[in-house]
Design a protein around this ligand. Structure first.
Ligand SMILES: *Cc1c(COP(=O)(O)O)cnc(C)c1O
Ligand SMILES: [Zn+2]
Length: 457
């Protein structure tokens, strides 16, 4: 049934053949090929994870790895110019280069948020714009890996005919784009009326089969699992641990951008909990390879309207909480039953991290405050910022510490959120920083007088 077929390919820059396969995250015995259609452990039903051959990877020194990565990042060398594929040996080593489906994702800017940091008493605040990406969210990092593996499966005679995902919007946009680049049909399940217009039109433009279901994300998830039972349609949700391998590069990239220094904290918004699990896995590999010698503390930020992970954290992670997710402006994290719960618990516990939440009012105003310092913040990034503000205020995060906030999507995907905020029409939000346009007749005196009034505050 699920046997692993070792397929080795030497790295072009070295001689060692590196291996990776699936294994049960909970530690059940058994190894499975990443080219088999398998999403969960056949023994316990839990999540799988991609396991790398650490002993082989360790044959290269930390210095050699760093030099190799630095020589690749940002070049046009196929596929190593990509921020993900520059780390190919750590991601999917045994994949043929010609099967990679990449739009040279990653290599996103990490910038010093100087003015916002000063305003909150945190001068060493940085923002990683992982939404400055092909489809406008970090989901591209995972999809390039998943779709590449599927292309290799298909080219080697697998019966897979299409890829499918349930989505809160960004997963489907990324899947549709990468599937289209590879010429593989994509089927997208969206909760009707719960994604932004940009997120709805992206997969449509990329030619995916878009099915808008009259349910929420968790309802879509149940349907897609049903539909992908027969193995001819490949499931691309974050239960699929291949995506984790691509997403884990974001933390590695942050460390590389700091000349291999580890920040004190990384704060990110979480929903299904795949991304924070990925962040942990990537940072852990850097430690295992001797490239770094410590972990940052990880902070998971949730919307109070959809906060199962926050509730679990408050109970000391005694058990997984599942809630009916309520409507939140942070629609991409409106998830009540997070798939990657167990992996995320490890990420928080092993790094001395924590989980905090933000109300609609808090996340919208945090986004607007950041925008006033030049950012253009999506509501999820607003959630992370609101949580950061609280932790700084409480003294949990201290003024001398280096903090990175991961911005997960581009603000341009969420125009109704921005418009609603500045119109003052968002439910549960008082727009403290509303900056509506001024409507004037084309009269120079009125215009001059208005400008004077504005500049005098
Ligand atoms: C998917 C997504 C998240 C949440 O990531 P998870 O892996 O589901 O926790 C956060 N922000 C944005 C913009 C997303 O698209
Ligand atoms: Zn298991």
């Amino acid at each position: 049934m699920h046997h692993s077929k070792p397929s080795t390919s030497a790295s072009p820059a070295g001689t060692q053949p590196f291996q990776a396969h699936f294994r049960c995250f909970r530690g059940c015995p058994g190894e499975y090929s990443i080219y088999d259609v398998i999403y969960t452990c056949p023994r316990c039903g839990g999540l799988l994870e991609v396991q790398h051959d650490l002993a082989a990877l360790r044959q290269r020194s930390a210095q050699e790895w760093k030099a190799l990565l630095e020589s690749r990042a940002g070049t046009t060398r196929w596929p190593y110019g990509s921020g993900v594929w520059s780390k190919k040996e750590w991601v999917v080593p045994n994949l043929d280069d010609e099967n990679v489906v990449s739009m040279f994702e990653g290599n996103t800017n990490l910038f010093w948020a100087e003015r916002l940091g000063r305003q909150i008493g945190l001068p060493d605040l940085w923002v990683k714009l992982s939404g400055n990406s092909h489809t406008g969210s970090f989901k591209d990092l995972g999809m390039t890996v998943l779709v590449s593996v599927v292309r290799q499966m298909i080219r080697r005679g697998s019966s897979v005919r299409a890829v499918a995902a349930a989505s809160t919007g960004d997963t489907s946009a990324a899947l549709a784009a990468y599937a289209a680049a590879a010429g593989i049909p994509a089927i997208i399940f969206l909760p009707q009326g719960k994604v932004s217009p940009a997120q709805l039109i992206q997969p449509i433009a990329n030619g995916a089969h878009v099915l808008a279901l009259d349910t929420d994300f968790d309802g879509c998830m149940r349907i897609v699992q049903e539909v992908t039972q027969d193995n001819s349609i490949y499931l691309a949700n974050s239960m699929n641990s291949l995506r984790i391998e691509g997403q884990k590069t974001v933390g590695m990239e942050i460390v590389q951008q700091f000349d291999w220094e580890v920040p004190d904290w990384i704060v990110m918004p979480v929903g299904n909990l795949g991304n924070i699990s990925a962040l942990y896995k990537g940072l852990k590999l850097l430690m295992d390879l001797g490239i770094t010698d410590r972990m940052p503390r990880l902070v998971a930020a949730q919307a109070a309207q959809a906060n199962p992970f926050y509730r679990s954290f408050q109970q000391g992670f005694q058990e997984k909480a599942v809630v009916q997710a309520q409507t939140t402006l942070a629609s991409a994290i409106q998830i009540g039953n997070p798939v990657s719960y167990e992996k995320a618990v490890q990420a928080i516990q092993e790094t001395g991290g924590l989980v905090e939440q933000a109300t609609e009012h808090e996340l919208a105003n945090a986004a607007a405050m950041a925008d006033l310092t030049g950012m253009y913040t999506c509501p999820h990034t607003g959630t992370a910022l609101a949580v950061l503000f609280k932790l700084v205020e409480r003294g949990v995060i201290q003024g001398h510490e280096r903090v990175v906030v991961i911005s997960t999507a581009h603000g341009l995907k969420f125009t109704p959120f921005k418009v609603g905020y500045h119109e003052g029409s968002l439910d549960g939000v008082e727009s403290d920083y509303a900056n509506p346009p001024v409507y004037l007749p084309p009269d120079p005196d009125v215009v001059k007088e208005t400008i004077q009034r504005k500049l005098n505050g």
